[in-house]
Design a binder for this molecule. Structure first.
Ligand SMILES: [Fe+2]
Length: 403
């Protein structure tokens, strides 16, 4: 509770500081109270939503059932993108406005007249600080709404050296990061199920973050997985978001519902008389979702999991974190499926944005030694806005390749 309280207080303070800077600039340009009311309304509204978010967090009476989705989206976009950008720029804004105020005073002393309240460069500056964030928030929130109801099917062929000939052409619907919760629920889940089922895959493999952060969403998430159809089975591993409500409850309830959740466990099945071993990696961090994910946690989880390796079967590793590619390549596993990155979520173009800033592998196919990694952008959302990183279901086809 205490860490969330600290975050809440910091966010309150940032909202208050933004309002104070915007209001100071507007006041200095002698703007009327009607103009100055807008930043106050925005900061006050955001603080009210924040308070509601923290008060009802994790309770059965989830606040998101009572607050319109655009407001929830605005809350996320404001606090996770626009306010941090303002914070970064605010020292420069403060310094520039101080210089302006000094210049105004000098001019006033010189001419004996009060500085003009007309529309000039300085008013433009004041409006930029006060109005630009509001305009951006409105634009981004408006853009995010249709996005939350869209995803694509990306078809990828995976060439694998030494693929058993019988497995040539095996198809997988790879679904990741559904994040059932405030931004992904109801009708979109039904469409995800329908789209996957229409692919008529041999396997459906889910790579973690089934729920966003609340066990109240788990029944809907479980029903979604149960509705997925595949000739040879539906299997999944856990993600960091699945563990936010606690380390054991997600696993206990999901397994109790009969879902094949593999937490450092394996299932061996037979497709066209050839054995396939599905290996599900444990997320492995006690502070999942809060602490930065340690690379050695992946390696140690994988070492433990590989004691279950059946060398007669073709292995597929399900790992939430894509950096599992490196230890998997060292271990000689041919295929790894991962998610977690959301394709970078906010990308300026396919090569520049949060994806490459935070991860070595963030979207599509990667190859190391004889190991291929498929990273899904995820089909759901914990953050409402995506740029150049569309939500997706991967449709993978295994192909035998020349070594
Ligand atoms: Fe995720």
């Amino acid at each position: 509770v205490s860490i969330f309280l600290i975050i809440l207080l910091v966010l309150f303070l940032l909202n208050a500081l933004w309002w104070w800077q915007a209001d100071t600039l507007l006041r200095r340009r002698h703007r009327s109270w009607r103009v100055r009311l807008w930043p106050l309304l925005l900061a006050g509204g955001m603080m009210t939503l924040l308070a509601a978010f923290f008060l009802f967090r994790g309770t059965e009476n989830s606040i998101w059932n009572h607050i319109p989705q655009p407001l929830v989206a605005a809350l996320y976009i404001w606090h996770l993108t626009l306010l941090p950008v303002w914070l970064f720029l605010s020292p420069a804004i403060g310094w520039a406005s101080l210089l302006q105020a000094r210049r105004d005073q000098k001019k006033q002393r010189h001419s004996g007249l009060p500085s003009p309240a007309s529309w000039d460069r300085r008013s433009f500056f004041a409006y930029s600080v006060a109005a630009a964030p509001m305009a951006l928030l409105l634009g981004a929130t408006t853009a995010s709404m249709p996005q939350l109801r869209q995803f694509r099917i990306r078809h990828l062929r995976i060439p694998i050296p030494w693929l058993p000939p019988a497995l040539d052409g095996v198809t997988i619907a790879h679904i990741s990061d559904v994040h059932v919760g405030p931004f992904t629920s109801g009708e979109i889940l039904q469409r995800i199920v329908n789209s996957s089922n229409e692919l008529d895959p041999d396997l459906v493999l889910l790579t973690g973050d089934l729920i966003n952060d609340n066990l109240n969403d788990l029944p809907e998430a479980i029903a979604t997985v149960q509705a997925l159809k595949a000739r040879h089975g539906v299997f999944m591993c856990e993600g960091n978001h699945d563990l936010i409500p606690g380390p054991h409850e997600f696993e206990r309830r999901t397994k109790a519902a009969g879902i094949h959740l593999l937490v450092n466990e394996q299932r061996t099945l037979s497709i066209r008389n050839e054995q396939i071993q599905i290996l599900g990696l444990r997320w492995g961090s006690g502070l999942a979702g809060i602490s930065p994910y340690a690379e050695d946690a992946i390696s140690s989880s994988l070492r433990e999991l590989l004691t279950l390796r059946n060398s007669a079967a073709f292995p597929i590793l399900l790992a939430h974190h894509p950096h599992a590619l490196d230890p998997a390549a060292d271990a000689g596993l041919p295929l790894v499926l991962a998610g977690h990155t959301h394709g970078g979520q906010l990308m300026i173009n396919p090569d520049f944005g949060f994806g490459p800033a935070l991860f070595r592998y963030w979207t599509g196919l990667y190859r190391r030694k004889n190991t291929t990694l498929a990273v899904s952008n995820g089909v759901g959302n914990w953050f409402p806005l995506r740029t150049s990183a569309p939500a997706e279901i991967l449709h993978l086809t295994l192909r035998r390749a020349d070594p």
